[in-house]
Design a protein around this ligand. Structure first.
Ligand code: SF4
Length: 459
């Protein structure tokens, strides 16, 4: 059995994999536990190599990609970090060869580690640990058992919190007035909430922030790659024709809440995707290069603490990049990439039980946090399934009073309308929900952002 790391989030839970995932008791992150996503990591349809809609041999897809890279100027390269550091570095070499950078869409930042959570006496959380980063909950529960007070700022009340402050989309900027003191703050940094997390990170001492991220190696990728464009900037530049070609490495731009943005991809001269899972993005790409499944790439990954973890597997992904680089006379291989990664990290060998020291300054962003208009809002409760564009639960959560005020009967669907149209969805009543929020664990076609103003009238 191979020793692997779950790609569901940047916690980096350790597992063994044979035909299915197994517990790895001595993993320092999850101590043998695994969440629902972790148990299902292998259940996906592998993509096939493709050029212009036709299935081809991988070598032919690689040759087509090399030709397009030589022909199309203004290429952009994006990798959120769902690959090993070695593959990310090889992708950097490819981008450099075509005078570009790799954008991770998540800024570089490493904060506090797991031990700090366990030892904390005051915790302020902005995430729902039960759904967003499930295995962090174990460490929060340990702190709570030892007397920690937990305060949550979230879209609904959290069971683990001693005090729950419910965020109001119309007044999100109120988080500016929170006094964090010496509390340990748990938040997340993802491609869609940068303004929100920026506000929190700049208000706290970096050593007091646990900064979770949604993709397995988001931390390692951001240390290796220097591109600074946000996901929204990339869409904007495609629309303005400043970006004419896009190469996405295991990065599904379909995570954006407003799926009409995806139409911008049709403006490109070429869309190359290198990924393992078949999805809507691989179906729309001009060239599809299929590498190792996400949990099967050999190499190192860094979890949210900067802990260096080893993933056993193959090097198909790096081989594809190596073959394309050959076309411009560059020679790389896995061993070279691995040595360079260790040197960049300042370590000689991998020890998952020691978190190396990092001195990383978070680059402040200018963007202001924004409030959302309207009296009721659809809000996304991001979780590993949603980041991977997989529907796990097909219902939204709403309060009992909302059900009563809309006179909804059992088995009836909740109807919502936004500026983008209407939708009817299954719902579940949750006493922890406020009346003005609909919390969704799945992407809905009416959303315009991670928070979308909605009403419940028939259109
Ligand atoms: S908490 Fe994250 S890394 Fe751990 S098993 Fe779940 S999805 Fe995977």
């Amino acid at each position: 059995m191979k020793k692997i790391v779950c790609y569901g989030c940047n916690l980096g839970c350790g597992l063994y994999f044979g035909d299915v995932p197994y517990f790895r008791k001595n993993s320092p992150v999850n101590s043998g536990k695994i969440c629902r996503f972790g148990m299902k990591i292998h259940r996906y349809e592998k993509v096939l190599p493709k050029v212009d809609g036709k299935n081809v041999e991988l070598d032919d897809a690689i040759a087509a990609a090399a030709k397009k890279l030589a022909d199309v100027k203004e290429m952009a390269f994006v990798s959120f970090g769902d690959v090993t550091c070695e593959e990310q570095l090889a992708f950097n070499k490819l981008a450099e060869a075509f005078e570009s950078d790799v954008h991770t869409c998540i800024p570089r930042f490493i904060g506090a580690n797991i031990e700090k959570i366990r030892q904390s006496k005051e915790i302020i959380t902005f995430i729902d640990p039960y759904t967003s980063y499930p295995l962090i909950l174990r460490h929060m529960l340990h702190a709570k058992k030892n007397g920690a007070k937990i305060t949550s700022y979230y879209w609904k009340k959290l069971r683990i919190a001693d005090e729950s402050v419910i965020l109001n989309p119309a007044e999100i900027d109120k988080i500016k007035s929170i006094n964090f003191g010496d509390s340990l703050v748990i938040t997340d940094l993802n491609p869609l909430n940068l303004d929100f997390s920026n506000e929190i990170i700049k208000s706290c001492n970096a050593e007091n922030i646990v900064c979770l991220k949604p993709f397995l190696n988001s931390t390692g990728a951001s240390l290796i790659s220097d591109g600074e464009k946000s996901i929204y900037q990339i869409f904007e530049e495609i629309k303005e024709k400043k970006i004419k070609g896009l190469y996405l490495l295991e990065s599904d731009l379909g995570i954006v809440p407003d799926d009409t943005l995806m139409a911008a991809l049709d403006e490109l001269e070429v869309l190359i995707v290198q990924q393992s899972m078949r999805n809507a993005l691989s179906d729309r790409a001009d060239i599809v290069l299929c590498g190792d499944r996400k949990f099967e790439g050999k190499g190192t990954v860094l979890n949210f603490e900067g802990r260096v973890l080893e993933n056993e597997g193959g090097t198909e992904g790096i081989k594809i990049l190596t073959d394309i680089l050959k076309s411009v006379g560059e020679e790389i291989n896995y061993d070279k990439m691995h040595a360079e990664v260790l040197s960049k990290l300042g370590i000689n060998e991998i020890d998952e039980y020691i978190v190396p020291k990092y001195d990383i300054k978070y680059k402040q962003r200018e963007a202001e946090i924004k409030n959302y208009e309207g009296d009721a809002h659809l809000v996304y409760a991001y979780n590993p399934f949603m980041w991977n564009n997989v529907i796990d639960r097909d219902f939204v959560e709403i309060s009992p009073s909302l059900v009563e005020s809309l006179n909804l009967h059992k088995d009836e669907l909740l109807k919502m309308t936004s500026s983008k149209g209407s939708v009817a969805v299954k719902y579940k009543i949750n006493n922890a929900m406020p009346d003005n929020i609909v919390l969704s664990p799945m992407k809905l076609p009416i959303s315009t952002d991670i928070v979308t103003p909605v009403n419940f009238k028939e259109p």
